[in-house]
Every structure is written in C-alpha cells, then in structure tokens.
Write a protein that binds this ligand. Structure first.
Ligand SMILES: [Zn+2]
Ligand SMILES: [Zn+2]
Length: 190
C-alpha cells in the first residue's frame, strides 16, 4: 500500500506532495534524450550523461504544492518542446508538462522526492542510445499506455483542471515560459 509522497526543491522553498493515487498510477521512466540533459545543464546540475534523467510520469491533478508555488518558473528549449518547470529559488529542475493543460501530463524529476524508491521500479527507458543506430525506447508501450489512461481518467473526471502548472480560468501557464535563444541552446548540447 503506497501513501502520498513528499517532494521539495534542493533548498526546500518549494514543497508539496503527490497523492497516494498519483503515486499508484504514475510510471517511473528514465530518459536519455539530449533535451532532458540540456535542461539539467542549463540549471547548473551535475551532467547526468552517460546516465539518463530519472522521471516520474503522473497526472498533474495529483500534485499539490504546499509552499513556494510562486517559485515555479518554466523554460522551453524549442518552440514545440514541452514546458520545463523549475524552482527559481535554487534552480532545481522540477517537472515537464505539455504546453496546454487540456492534455494533462507531467513528468516530475524523481530526485525531488524525499523517497525516490517509493516511486517503484523503472518501467521504461526512452531514447536509449544504440551505437551506430537510432536511439530506441524500451517499455514504450507501458509508458504510452500510462500517459493515455491517466489523460482519459483526468479528462472524464474533470480533474485535469486542477493543476499547479496552469491557471484554471485562463488555461495559461502560471508563469510565462522563457524560450531559450539559439546561443543559449547551442551551449547546452555538447
Ligand atoms: Zn528526455
Ligand atoms: Zn529551491
């Protein structure tokens, strides 16, 4: 039986918890893509490569920020990419979401949780490098099914509107995402 799970940024200003239902229906994955790595580097975190970034994909309505919500800011690495949220107090990368609340999805960084092991085992590996070939995703079916079933549940229940990342009235992000410049991006893809 899993309970709710507390999270915080590195300095402890931004805090909150994911409900037991959120923990139960979430999917822990790791991502090897260049964008997830670039996001870590942008915020001055240790370079994860060659290891991946550990993420917990969940329904945004199961995330409650109890303290420091005003620290939540976002960047975009490209016009089409996800919103990459971080805690502005200390630059801790926090979560990725899609650009609009209507497709409810969040991939929280596993490291923000007090007890990462409670997130369960890693169910998928995305953009796994394959020498001399295109990268590959293991467990893509499990990951896609998780995303889809959570989206359907949140849509049918109306809970997709309860998200810490978007204003419920306007559907706009709670902080205007900053689109990185070409030069900023270039420095992040070694
Ligand atoms: Zn990635
Ligand atoms: Zn902080």
């Amino acid at each position: 039986m899993v309970g709710s799970l507390a999270f915080s940024c590195n300095c402890g200003t931004l805090r909150g918890e994911v409900s037991a239902a959120g923990v139960k229906t979430g999917t822990r994955v790791v991502c090897y893509c260049a964008d997830c790595r670039a996001n870590e580097l942008y915020h001055g975190q240790p370079d994860p490569a060659p290891d991946p970034v550990d993420l917990f994909q969940l329904s945004p309505d199961t995330i409650t920020i109890t303290q420091g919500a005003e620290q939540l800011k976002a960047i975009r690495l490209g016009r089409r990419g996800p919103l990459r949220w971080y805690a502005a107090c200390c630059g801790t990368p926090f979560a990725n979401t899609l650009a609009k609340p209507g497709l409810p999805f969040a991939g929280m960084r596993s490291d923000v949780f007090e007890d990462k092991s409670a997130l369960g085992k890693i169910r998928a590996k995305a953009f796994l490098p394959v020498p001399g070939k295109q990268s590959r995703t293991n467990g893509g079916g499990v990951m896609a099914w998780g995303i889809l079933s959570r989206m359907i549940t949140a849509r049918l229940s109306g809970r997709w509107k309860e998200t810490p990342f978007f204003d419920a009235e306007t559907g706009k992000p709670v902080a205007e995402p900053e689109l990185l410049s070409k030069a900023q991006r270039a420095a992040l893809y070694p």
